[in-house]
Design a protein around this ligand. Structure first.
Ligand code: NAD
Ligand code: DAO
Ligand code: ZN
Length: 375
């Protein structure tokens, strides 16, 4: 079939909205009509050419929501008409990773997904017989796409596509980092570094978990109002702190007595390795946990004095918020529909596919939290 899609033709070039050929689903695969997709920094990172794993020409996009229109042989868990969210982290429920409760990183389709192809080693997209590659196993910048059955979460049918598409990456990553990875407890103190599309969701995840104190740290004062709406209790702009930022944050979180200060949980949602160090050192001696969410530039390295870890601080990372997509994404959709989390205030711009490059411009100029393409 012929479908409209935005093609990443080469690094650094604008996306080209054109018609591509899409083959139907093979065994274990599902054809999905994408109804909405968010624009994420990771798409922009790959398009820029800075992503060492970026493949061109390809169809980017990994934050979508849509409807099943066809299923290949052997598909049992989905049928035509089901509403779904594509998953860049699959959940096969049978590999060694899925069977280990300590991780959400299913490896069933990892290798082929990284090469921009379906599990049989070929692409479903082409132009003039030449392959156009898949991206993160999703390729949601196309009005139709094909995914493995294990890379789709079935969601309730009353959930609006143009809101819940954000659960395909940003919401789940942020909320999940607090709920699944950190497992923040009632009464905890938390510090969230970076109050963008991910950090705001960490803030609301900490609120949902019952944290008492949620300190937001951002170099941009304009982030304060929105973060307060999502549950931030205190705001710190590092550029306005006199002296050492770690000491300032440790002092803010000191509960008195022998406490010494430091947050129970800190989160990096900036991707800056200097911030990651500050986040680690601002978590509590003895038990503090610091969670790295941000993806740093290729080749970047983190550092701290080993004594920070010897004295009981824990440094961890999270991908997709530690969520198991087919199991947890439908629950997060329920939380949104029940009003336990908010999404809509973060979706600042909506546009048709034809205007997708304008959406990326808004992101680069810091004017949007989330732009969403509606098909
Ligand atoms: P964003 O650009 O919307 O937000 C980043 C925020 O950090 C901005 O508000 C910015 O002002 C702030 N910031 C920048 N430098 C800072 C500093 N030195 N101190 C404090 N604040 C600072 O980005 P986003 O969409 O929220 O993504 C955040 C990170 O999460 C990115 O690195 C992205 O690649 C990563 N990410 C990770 C996963 C995952 O699964 N681990 C998933 C999606 C995105
Ligand atoms: O299993 O080896 C693996 C990799 C899993 C993918 C991790 C994704 C990390 C976050 C990237 C940004 C997502 C938009
Ligand atoms: Zn698996």
């Amino acid at each position: 079939m012929e479908v409209r899609a935005a093609i990443a033709t080469k690094a650094g070039a604008p996306l080209e909205v054109t018609t591509v050929n899409l083959e139907g689903p093979k065994a274990g695969e599902v054809l999905v009509q994408i109804k909405a997709t968010g624009l994420c920094h990771t798409d922009a990172f790959t398009l820029s050419g800075d992503d060492p794993e970026g493949i061109f020409p390809s169809i980017l996009g990994h934050e979508g929501a849509g409807i099943v229109v066809d299923t290949g042989p052997g598909v049992t868990s989905l049928k035509k008409g089901d509403h779904v969210i594509p998953l860049y982290t699959a959940e096969c429920r049978t590999c060694e990773y899925c069977l280990n409760p300590k991780t959400n990183l299913c490896q069933r389709v990892r290798a082929t997904q990284g090469r921009g192809v379906m599990p049989d080693g070929t692409s479903r997209f082409s132009i003039g017989g030449e392959p156009i590659y898949h991206y993160m196993g999703c390729s949601t910048f196309s009005e139709y796409t094909v995914l493995p059955e294990i890379s789709l979460a079935k969601i309730r049918e009353d959930a609006p596509f143009d809101s819940v598409c954000y659960i395909g990456c940003g919401v789940t990553t942020g909320v999940g980092a607090a709920i699944y990875t950190a497992d923040v407890e009632i009464g905890s103190s938390c510090i969230v570094f970076g109050l963008g599309g991910i950090g705001l969701n960490v803030v609301q995840g900490c609120r949902l978990a019952g944290a008492d104190r949620i300190i937001g740290v951002d170099i941009n004062d304009s982030k304060k109002a929105m973060a307060e709406r999502f549950g931030m209790t205190d705001f710190v702009n590092p550029t306005e702190v006199e002296g050492d930022l770690v000491a300032h944050l440790v002092n803010m979180t000191n509960r008195g007595g022998l406490d010494g200060g430091g947050a129970d949980y800190t989160f990096d949602a900036t991707g800056n390795v200097g911030v990651m160090r500050t986040a680690l050192e601002a978590c509590h001696k003895g038990w503090g946990e610091s969670i790295i969410i941000g993806v740093a530039p290729a080749g970047a390295e983190i550092s701290t004095r080993p004594f920070q870890l010897v004295t009981g601080r824990n440094w961890r990372g999270t991908a997709f918020g530690g969520a198991r997509g087919r199991t947890d994404v439908p629950k997060i959709v329920d939380w949104y529909m029940e009003g336990k989390i908010e999404i809509d205030p973060m979706i600042t711009h909506k546009m048709p596919l034809e205007d997708i490059n304008k959406g990326f411009d808004l992101m680069h100029h810091g004017e949007s939290i989330r732009g969403v393409v509606q098909y």
